[in-house]
Design a protein around this ligand. Structure first.
Ligand SMILES: Cc1cc2nc3c(=O)[nH]c(=O)nc-3n(C[C@H](O)[C@H](O)[C@H](O)COP(=O)(O)O)c2cc1C
Length: 255
């Protein structure tokens, strides 16, 4: 009984599944159209052009990468101060920025991804970012712009509520929510897609921690959340796109 409880989870972590997949039957092998690199976005929504993320991180980083690695930690207490647009731009570039578009079905980013399939979309619950009204936003990495999905003056408490009322999310200047569009990975890897989606999320989190450490910002990544509440908050369907990982970000409190 004991071991059986963990069977599905342990199986998910193993690569045994790959031996059971008929790779002649994947979406890619069957010449089904490759999933879009980015979810469709309503062109009528307001767009905020971000300053260059790479230049912003270059300018704002106060330490070499060795010091960022050594000092990275989870920070859950934030001051009431706002992030600047430049700081936010640097963080977004670090977590999902596009390095190079290789072709219509492939792009390379600042984080690695199995088969360069990059299944994530990035949403933001913004409470305090200079010049931005509070609300739910989406980051479009190919254009490096933010899109205002919905204004919401109470976004901090709603985001916190969706994350088991964790105080760091409620008090964050901005919380990042990563959804996965699993079909992007399933199209190539079929049943082996889901483990690598989870592995991919770790790289996103670590790039965020390192960029934030370099700029003196506080971050705590979050994997404990209400699935349905987060999906509802972001306006995703919970099946073809759903929340997998979250991070609270803010200016560190002087303690
Ligand atoms: C996948 C993952 C999920 C996490 N989920 C939460 C969470 O829901 N709430 C929280 O307060 N911290 C969360 N954390 C932060 C960890 O608690 C933290 O990394 C750990 O205590 C080690 O501390 P450090 O990051 O300062 O080294 C998570 C970290 C990871 C990598």
């Amino acid at each position: 009984m004991g071991k059986q409880r963990f069977e599905a989870g342990r199986f998910f972590l193993k690569d045994t599944i790959r031996q059971q997949i008929d790779f002649s039957q994947t979406g890619q092998a069957l010449h089904k159209p490759a999933p879009a690199l980015q979810q469709i976005c309503d062109l009528a929504l307001a767009r905020i052009v971000l300053p260059s993320g790479k230049e912003a991180l270059n300018r704002l980083a106060t330490m070499p990468v060795s010091a960022a690695i050594a000092s990275r930690e989870s920070v859950r207490n934030y001051s009431g101060a706002s992030l600047t647009l430049e700081e936010l731009s640097a963080l977004l570039w670090a977590v999902q920025g596009v390095r190079r578009v290789v072709g219509p079905t492939t792009a390379l980013r600042t984080v690695p991804s199995a088969g360069a399939r990059h299944s994530f979309e990035t949403y933001l619950a913004i409470d305090r970012v200079e010049a931005l009204e509070p609300g739910v936003y989406r980051y479009l990495p190919f254009e490096h712009v933010l899109v205002l999905m919905r204004s919401d003056g109470d976004i901090g408490s709603k985001a916190g509520e969706a994350c088991l009322r964790q105080g760091c999310v409620t008090k964050a200047a901005v919380s990042l929510f990563w959804t996965t569009v699993p079909n992007r990975m399933e199209w190539r890897y079929d049943l082996a897609a889901h483990k690598v989606i989870a592995v991919d999320a770790g790289h996103v989190g670590q790039n965020l921690y390192l960029a934030a450490a370099a700029m003196g910002l506080g971050v705590c990544t979050i994997a404990a959340y209400y699935q349905d509440k987060c999906d509802l908050l972001l306006g995703v369907d919970g099946e073809e796109e759903f929340t997998v990982y979250i991070a609270a970000v803010g200016k560190k409190k002087n303690i």
